[in-house]
Design a protein around this ligand. Structure first.
Ligand code: ASP
Length: 436
């Protein structure tokens, strides 16, 4: 019997998790059972994915950078990557603004709902405001300073420092390009071997993916707030969902089709396991190993490109987050009865782009940085209390967009540098592999 494709397995795991969550929450012991006995398996699964991220970046990026023929190619790769990431993020913010202005979701929120939400989630909001304040109060160049670590082992000890690790590894790779070949070859071969091992480990972890997502979603269902908040915030949530869906289902596949010739079906067949994981984990960082593997092995972008563009994207490129921040900022402002002027909307384009770059690739990071967007247009940041209750499901969706956008930009950069295998060449490779 032909084995079910991975994305179907994951999807079945997700649905089974949701059903199990609902069924078990009907029993008095069900919630505790899920939290004590099912949720930990989901956490273990996410930990396994995160565990692999730093070794993967180190091994594949050293090999990738040193395979580039010269420094000029590296700078071309760098500028195209950053340029495309910024452009795509800005487009996402603008799309968010257009949709929220048309839909006007703030107009649907009743006075009483607003008071209730502020009362129940005000404390959480305050915590976030303080945390966001800490990151904002630093100097203008602090983001740059943060990229350069003072100790590489220290940097590699936290997934939150991914950019620092990337900095070190690219620097190391440049050194490797510049030394004589007989010296660099053994180093490259070593890291090439390590990279193969890490990719194999990802394959093994992915065998557990259907069970991992089952556990994650069952836990999410028993821990989620009641359906009433969803109703109260329906118009807002729908606005965000419409914006994110346009990006996922229309914008990215169309861009990919036009610039790389990869069809709608092939694109989704290639990237969907990463999308489903992004949805289940709400973390682009945890999804990164799978995103890289899918873009490289299933969409045909060569490792020199994926090893740089994907990890950088997971850290700084968050189209879903930026679109959501734009919609949320305008919604909160509307809910407080303030109109957002054109000038303020332009400010949002700028601050939401920066805030999404600054958001960590972990669950709930986007709402934290939203505080900065709100402050930039003079809206009371405690207003995030209004949207707290339904942030998680929207976080899941915006993470799917974040990951899809990383994959799209990787394909475009790969194509523009001649490092995207045509489907024919890839088919031939796969065929040879099967024969071996
Ligand atoms: N969870 C998102 C991510 O990891 C970030 C966010 O909260 O928007 O991509």
């Amino acid at each position: 019997m032909k084995k079910l494709a991975l994305h179907w397995q994951i999807l079945i795991g997700m649905l089974a998790g949701i059903v199990a969550g609902y069924v078990l929450s009907e029993f008095s012991w069900g919630r505790d059972f899920v939290v004590d006995w099912i949720k930990p398996w989901g956490t273990i699964f996410i930990n396994l994915l995160k565990l692999i991220a730093i070794p993967l970046i180190v091994a594949s990026l050293i090999k990738g950078v040193s395979d580039l023929d010269d420094i000029r190619q590296l700078s071309r790769l760098g500028t195209r990557t950053l340029g495309l990431y910024i452009v795509s993020t800005m487009l996402a913010v603008m799309l968010g603004l257009v949709i929220v202005n048309v839909a006007n979701p703030g107009g649907f929120i009743e006075e009483s709902t607003r008071t209730d939400l502020m009362a129940s989630f005000g404390a959480n909001a305050e915590q976030n405001v303080t945390k966001a304040g800490e990151s904002r109060d630093r100097g203008p160049l602090s983001a740059l300073v943060d990229v350069v670590p003072e100790n590489v082992i220290g940097a590699a000890s936290s997934n939150g420092n991914m950019l620092q690790v990337i900095f070190f590894v690219v620097f190391f790779g440049i050194g490797l390009i510049l030394i004589p070949q007989e010296k660099s070859d053994p180093v490259k071969r070593f890291f090439d071997g390590v990279n193969e091992v890490v990719l194999k480990m990802i394959d093994l972890i992915m065998l557990a993916a259907p069970y991992g997502v089952f556990a994650l979603l069952a836990a999410l269902v028993v821990e989620s707030p009641s359906a009433d908040v969803f109703k109260a915030l329906g118009a807002y949530a729908l606005t965000v969902v419409v914006g994110l869906s346009i990006l996922i289902f229309i914008f990215y596949p169309t861009i990919v089709r036009i610039f790389t010739g990869i069809s709608y079906g092939d694109f989704f067949r290639g990237i969907s396991p990463a999308q489903l994981l992004a949805f289940s984990t709400s973390s682009s960082a945890a999804t990164l190993p799978v995103t890289m593997e899918r873009v490289e092995e299933h969409l045909g972008v060569e490792r020199e490109v994926t090893s740089f563009v994907c990890p950088v994207g997971a850290t700084i490129n968050m189209d879903g987050t930026s679109l959501y921040q734009a919609v949320a900022a305008v919604f909160i402002s509307q809910a407080f009865g303030d109109d957002v002027t054109i000038g303020e909307q332009l400010t949002i384009v700028l601050t939401a782009t920066l805030a999404s770059i600054g958001s960590a690739a972990v669950p709930g990071a986007g709402i934290l940085m939203l505080v900065i967007v709100l402050e930039s247009i003079g809206v009371n940041p405690a207003g995030i209390a209004l949207i707290f209750a339904i942030d998680r499901p929207l976080d899941m969706l915006r993470t799917v967009v974040n990951v899809t956008s990383d994959a799209t930009v990787t394909l475009l950069v790969g194509k523009s540098l001649g490092k995207l295998k045509t489907p024919k060449a890839k088919e031939w490779d796969d065929h040879l592999e099967e024969k071996v």
